[in-house]
Design a protein around this ligand. Structure first.
Ligand SMILES: Nc1ncnc2c1ncn2[C@@H]1O[C@H](COP(=O)(O)OP(=O)(O)O)[C@@H](O)[C@H]1O
Ligand SMILES: [Mg+2]
Length: 507
């Protein structure tokens, strides 16, 4: 990934926009590229506080004097035009000025004058802000987060300091993997903190690092680590979907690559609310042994500044990629497309742009990030989203069949009582026609409360009474459920075993 930057520089792209919060790391990388280039480009750096300063040979230690009269961004850009020698001119945080008419014009003048000169302007900023007029001239690139090799340097430094001499390759790898997805500074902090806490860095400290990482990731507020204790066996029915998932539990292993299998891209689970879509997505983490990160689409939208939402999305995706192989869980993705905040009518097209970027990313991603999206309503989903090939599979989760309902009762009763032979599951399944899994669970809990209040054990009759007192969603929202089914019948694969699928009662 870092090679990409080097290639852009060597190919003399006149205007490169490097998006990164890691200034120091990026500067060092650019200095390295400049040194290795045959033209021996000098590196200059502009900030609004100092103006243009030549980048110190030994990592900025020998501070150079700023160039005269280069504080204003326009003047600094003019100055680059006047330079005769090859050079890389880094502008930090120009995003604050880039929409100004003078700056835009100066940049375009510079690009035009740079042809054949081996001069490059490199904009470096944590935020991406590209005015329309420059979109065709600038190439935007995310500076990648540290990879294992770079983290290894950070870890080695920490291990040297702590005199933890002998760490097996295996432990080392675990410590490194645990820090993937962090910036170099964050990784340093996390290793240091783990060491301070435990007085060493061994296998046992991996958990400290992981939990630190979770907090750091949580702080950006868009991605969230999820831990799910339930396993896939605590879900009743959905046999086809389960089979699909189980078959792919080794899909991200080296062995699967050698076998010649492609990496799965993602799946979309559509269906009736309360039927286990979110739960099955979360349990896939354990089934596949991969971390699962929830992407909150709603939190991506940030109206405070143009380009902020895009940057948020890219940051989140970048983090997910750096942690990969991983599952990216987008629950109720339909909600982020219509109605409420982020609607395309109310936000000047931000949501459709974001969505476009997301689709492009899905299309082009090569990193093993498996997208697992769920949706309750299809009419909100844009057509491109459902097009064949976007996802490996689109599953439809319908209301449970009678057999599935038996299964769900068995699971939820067994969770709460050792011996469930006193319950007639067949009867319960019959009495719960039209119930979702969530509604079955709720009825069971209601029955338990009833009996608990009367200070006795709950019985079959309590459950039946609770079922009778419930009006399931499928009856209150018959039309929506029917519409969803009709739609899905033609376009999605049923999650339940296929034979049982369409014999159920219509509402
Ligand atoms: N098929 C099922 N088997 C067992 N429990 C279920 C099932 N479907 C739903 N539930 C229960 O209902 C809860 C809510 O389901 P959820 O996964 O959030 O539904 P959805 O995402 O489809 O709206 C689950 O956590 C689980 O306890
Ligand atoms: Mg859900």
């Amino acid at each position: 990934m870092k090679e990409e930057l080097s290639i852009l520089v060597k190919a003399q792209y006149p205007l490169i926009y490097l998006v990164t919060p890691e200034e120091e790391r990026a500067e060092q990388e650019i200095a390295k590229i400049a040194q290795s280039s045959t033209q021996h480009q000098r590196v200059f750096m502009w900030t609004m506080t100092q103006g243009m300063v030549e980048y110190g040979q030994s990592h900025g230690q020998s501070r150079q004097q700023p160039q005269h009269n280069t504080i204003s961004p326009e003047a600094a850009i003019q100055w680059t035009i006047q330079q005769r020698e090859p050079g890389i001119f880094i502008f930090k945080d120009l995003h604050d000025f880039i929409t100004g008419a003078g700056v835009k014009r100066a940049l375009r003048d510079a690009i035009a004058s740079f042809k054949g000169t081996e001069k490059i302007i490199l904009l470096m900023s944590p935020l991406q802000e590209v005015p329309l007029e420059l979109e065709k001239e600038v190439v935007v690139m995310d500076f990648p987060l540290p990879d294992m090799a770079e983290l290894n340097q950070v870890l080695s430094k920490q291990l040297n300091q702590t005199k933890t001499r002998r760490t097996s390759t295996e432990v080392r790898e675990k410590l490194l993997k645990a820090a993937l997805g962090l910036t170099r500074d964050e990784a340093e902090k996390v290793y240091r903190k783990a060491h301070v806490k435990a007085g060493r860095l061994t296998q046992e400290e991996v958990d400290i690092i992981l939990s630190e990482k979770k907090q750091l990731i949580r702080r950006n507020g868009i991605l969230e680590y999820i831990e799910e204790d339930e396993t896939i066996d605590s879900i009743g029915g959905l046999e086809e979907l389960k089979k699909w998932l189980k078959q792919r539990s080794g899909a991200f292993t080296e062995r699967a690559r050698e076998y010649g299998l492609p990496q799965p891209k993602g799946m979309l689970i559509l269906g009736v609310p309360g039927c286990g879509k979110s739960l099955i997505a979360k349990t896939t983490s354990r089934l596949w042994g991969l971390p699962i990160l929830r992407l909150d689409m709603g939190r991506i939208y940030d109206g405070s500044m143009v380009g902020r939402s895009e940057a948020n999305l890219r940051n989140a995706l970048k983090t997910a990629e750096s942690i990969s192989p991983a599952i990216l869980f987008i629950d109720e993705i339909d909600k982020s497309f219509a109605g409420g905040t982020g609607s395309s009518d109310s936000d000047g097209g931000t949501s459709s742009r974001i969505f476009g970027s997301f689709l492009t990313w899905m299309q082009e991603k090569t990193s093993p990030v498996f997208v697992m999206a769920t949706a309750n309503r299809i009419e909100r989903l844009p057509g491109e989203f459902l097009r064949k090939g976007r996802f490996d599979e689109i599953f439809f989760v319908d209301l449970p069949t009678p057999e599935e309902r038996q299964d769900i009762f068995r699971i939820h009763l067994s969770k709460r009582r050792e011996d469930i032979s006193r319950f007639d599951l067949d009867q319960l399944a019959k009495m719960s026609e039209g119930f979702s899994g969530a509604e079955i669970e709720q009825a069971l809990i209601a029955a338990m409360y009833e009996a608990f209040a009367q200070d006795r054990e709950f019985t079959q009759l309590d459950i039946i009474a609770a079922l009778k007192a419930t009006l399931p969603l499928s009856r209150t929202m018959t039309e929506q459920v029917t519409a969803l089914r009709d739609w899905a019948r033609q376009r999605a694969r049923p999650a339940a075993s296929s034979t049982a699928e369409y014999q159920r009662l219509e509402f």
